[in-house]
Design a protein around this ligand. Structure first.
Ligand SMILES: *Cc1c(COP(=O)(O)O)cnc(C)c1O
Length: 389
């Protein structure tokens, strides 16, 4: 259970965090815009693009949760990832990233970072040998996402951390699907953990947010470069909403995980479901790694079904409890169909061998299922109706 500890020392003695709306703060006369770049954000607030008391409180709580020294909150998960990339990478550098991950990241690499003359290799992170082979003299960072959107392929963080450390490159782990309740990447050797706070950590489907957690000096540099200059600040109101969500993160995650386990078992038995992938099922191709690396199995399931387009339409038109929608980690169950051809052409741009591997998990297409906090029996009843004639 998270102990909200960073506001209890305020003179007001409040036991819940306040929303600080002030954009600027009184400062001593010797402060200049330049010296503000190196301000101790805990000793002196200056302007809310640098730091804000409510957002700062969230950052400290998230750092504590992940066992990191410090954290920096962003306006979205994509802002966190791209802010980190722009800070760590310069023209001529090389990045190793997953062939399968949150599609926005791959789209950013293909469409934007490539224009800044940053090279990247997209590899299957579940094969550590492939990652080691992709290293070059100019490799600066390895970016990993586990479990990976949308097929729930896992990456052995400790193993990749060894490869990264030996080569002297930074390891970044997007742990959005796992949350710190399941996995603590920093304790396994990662240098940075990234979350889309929009998902499980925010947990209510009512705010976007992102965070990077890491060493104190690294976060200080990130604040100066990615926050002060790129400016994707998390405002104090969403920061306060997410602070509130942290109080229930652990019990929510336990429920998501228990419910997803029940629903995954149901799907695995259903005659119209061709394949069910869930890290908590022994049938997951990396079940042993899941057991080792994830304290709970989280709430995401991927499955293949007979006649998927018709099923997608039926969920969108007829489902009452389950919403046909993107995103994940909400109190309500969400399902979205991801056809292989489209995601390959529009986002991943697989090599021939990577496409073959993706098809082994996803076939022609896969449903991504974010199991909510509803009674899993009711969710299975609805699935029963949607899967019947
Ligand atoms: C959603 C998501 C992101 C992007 O986060 P936003 O808050 O939507 O910008 C990044 N990584 C993963 C794994 C995600 O699921």
């Amino acid at each position: 259970m998270i102990k909200a500890q960073n506001f209890e020392s305020l003179p007001t003695k409040e036991i819940a965090p306040a929303i600080h709306r002030s954009v600027s703060f009184r400062v001593p006369a010797e402060t200049t815009g330049f010296s503000a770049d190196t301000l101790d954000v805990d000793g002196q607030f200056f302007y809310s693009r640098w730091a804000n008391p409510t957002t700062r409180c969230l950052e400290k709580e998230l750092a504590t949760l992940e066992g990191g020294e410090d954290a920096l909150a962003f306006a979205s998960g994509m802002a966190a990832v791209t802010g980190l990339f722009f800070t760590l990478l310069k023209s001529g550098d090389h990045l190793i990233a997953p062939s399968v991950c949150y599609p926005g990241v791959t789209e950013f690499l293909h469409g934007v970072l490539s224009r800044y003359d940053v090279e990247f290799s997209l590899v299957d992170m579940s094969e550590p040998g492939t990652v080691a082979d992709a290293l070059k003299n100019n490799t600066r960072a390895i970016f990993v996402e586990t479990p990976a959107n949308p097929i729930l392929r896992l990456t052995d963080i400790a193993e990749i951390a060894q490869i990264a450390n030996r080569a002297g490159v930074q390891l970044i782990v997007d742990s959005t699907f796992a949350t710190p309740v399941a996995t603590k990447p920093l304790s396994l050797g990662a240098d940075y953990v990234v979350h889309s706070l929009t998902k499980y950590i925010g947990g209510h489907g009512d705010t976007l947010g992102g965070v990077v957690i890491g060493a104190g000096d690294a976060i200080q540099r990130l604040r100066q470069e990615a926050m002060v200059h790129l400016g994707a600040v998390l405002d104090s109101f969403p920061a306060w909403l997410i602070l509130r969500s942290l109080v229930t993160l652990e019990p929510r995650m336990r429920s998501h995980s228990e419910n997803a386990t029940a629903v995954a078992k149901y799907l695995e038995e259903h005659s119209r479901i061709r394949k069910t992938i869930y890290p908590g099922l022994p049938s997951h191709p990396q079940f042993e790694l899941a057991q080792r690396q994830m304290r709970i199995s989280s709430g995401m399931i991927a499955f293949q079904a007979d006649n998927p387009e018709a099923l997608a339409r039926r969920i969108a038109d007829e489902a009452e409890m389950i919403a046909y929608a993107v995103s994940l980690g909400k109190p309500t169950s969400l399902i979205y169909y991801i056809p292989t051809k489209e995601i390959d052409e529009q986002c991943f741009r697989f090599s021939k061998s990577e496409l073959e591997k993706y098809r082994m998990w996803a076939g022609d297409g896969m449903f991504r299922f974010s199991v909510g906090l509803e009674d899993p029996e009711l969710v299975c009843n609805e699935l029963d109706r949607l899967l019947s004639d």
